[in-house]
Design a protein around this ligand. Structure first.
Ligand code: SAM
Ligand code: SF4
Length: 332
């Protein structure tokens, strides 16, 4: 059985973008009320007194958009300061990153994933939806965030691309080319039907194997690490400084090597992205005085059954079954 030592922590379910695949416009999302969010103190108590004693040493801050969370730099500082923390990372859309990058780095965040689905501001805007500012400004802010993160020294710096048929799939080579001169790691993610199964219906998703073939034809491709500890299969364009990762949860289920669980911003602990079986309401437990020792026991129990829970529902996603959460609500 895989050792599960990696916790993905959603800091907030809200976002300043509304990406088609994550928060489709028009979707009625029930946002978590302020009083139902785990406070910073509760979150730190859970990490320090519950997750670390159970064996968790690697943490990723995500959302929604984690940089919208009040006190995010202080949270990073605290989590990084626990001696047991081996790895702390963040996934962000990068829009608010430029002015925060240095502070986050100094607080102890050394690696970061930034979502970038297109190099074209208009296509980018089409993907992220129409909240506020013009497309060029939004794209430029994200690009500026990426450049600043690079200059500050984040390493690895990963760029996440969700490949959307008919929208950004013609940019695969341009996006892959970003890894040639800079030590950036571009990761192509197969679109998943999470709370949005009707989206792109008929067009389906594009498999990682197809993407690799395109890249191989242009430059050649060498395998760096296939079936590693994480979900990505890693390749490299010969001579490139950075790598290419392929996250193929649709074409090549990697549930059997899953090493993570997810804590939602309202304190629900989920054993699997697409299966809520066994989830635990840690916020209510904490607020009603359940001891952290008892919570450790509950999590240990959940971990023993996790391999049976791991998602068997990736075809239907969360759109069928008894709930229809989007990625932003679960914590991507
Ligand atoms: N807001 C941050 C961001 O966009 O990077 C962090 C949260 S977001 C939910 C985390 C990652 O999930 C992003 O890289 C996003 O592209 C990916 N994602 C969201 N919905 C997805 C879907 N339906 N299929 C595949 N990836 C998805
Ligand atoms: Fe926001 Fe990230 Fe979801 Fe896009 S993928 S809507 S940026 S949470």
């Amino acid at each position: 059985m895989n050792q599960v030592d990696y916790l993905r922590i959603s800091l907030i379910d809200r976002c300043n973008f509304s990406c088609q695949y994550c928060m489709p416009e028009g979707a009625e999302l029930d946002y978590i009320l302020q009083q139902d969010l785990l406070t910073n103190a509760e979150l730190l108590t859970l990490i320090k007194e519950v997750f670390i004693p159970v064996g968790f040493t690697r943490f990723r801050l995500t959302g929604g958009e984690p940089l919208l969370r009040r006190g995010v730099v202080e949270l990073v500082e605290q989590i990084a300061s626990f001696p047991q923390t081996k790895d702390l990372s963040m996934t962000t859309n990068g829009f608010l990153l430029a002015p925060l990058a240095q502070n986050l780095y100094d607080a102890g965040l050394k690696r970061i994933n930034i979502s970038l689905d297109s190099l074209d501001a208009d296509i980018f805007n089409q993907v992220i939806g129409n909240k506020g500012l013009t497309s060029r400004l939004k794209w430029e802010s994200v690009w500026n965030g990426i450049q600043t993160a690079h200059d500050v020294g984040f390493d690895p710096l990963k760029l996440n691309v969700v490949v959307i048929p008919g929208v950004n799939d013609h940019e695969i080579l341009d996006l892959a080319a970003l890894t040639i001169d800079k030590q950036w790691h571009v990761r192509f993610i197969e679109f998943m039907p999470i709370g949005n199964g009707d989206l792109f219906q008929g067009k389906g998703w594009i498999s990682s194997a197809e993407l690799r073939q395109q890249i191989r034809t242009k430059w050649g491709l060498t395998e760096s690490q296939v079936c590693g500890a994480g979900p990505a299969d890693i390749f490299r364009i010969p001579g490139a400084k950075g790598t290419l990762g392929f996250i193929s949860q649709m074409s090549d289920c990697f549930c059997d090597r899953c090493n993570r669980i997810r804590l939602a911003a309202d304190g629900w602990l989920r054993p699997c992205l697409l299966n809520e079986t066994g989830q635990i309401d840690l916020k209510t437990a904490l607020r009603s005085g359940v001891s952290t020792t008892k919570l450790q026991g509950q999590i240990q129990e959940l971990l023993t059954v996790k391999s049976e829970i791991n998602f068997k529902q990736r075809e239907s996603g969360t759109t069928t079954g008894n709930y229809s959460r989007t990625m932003s609500q679960i914590g991507g």
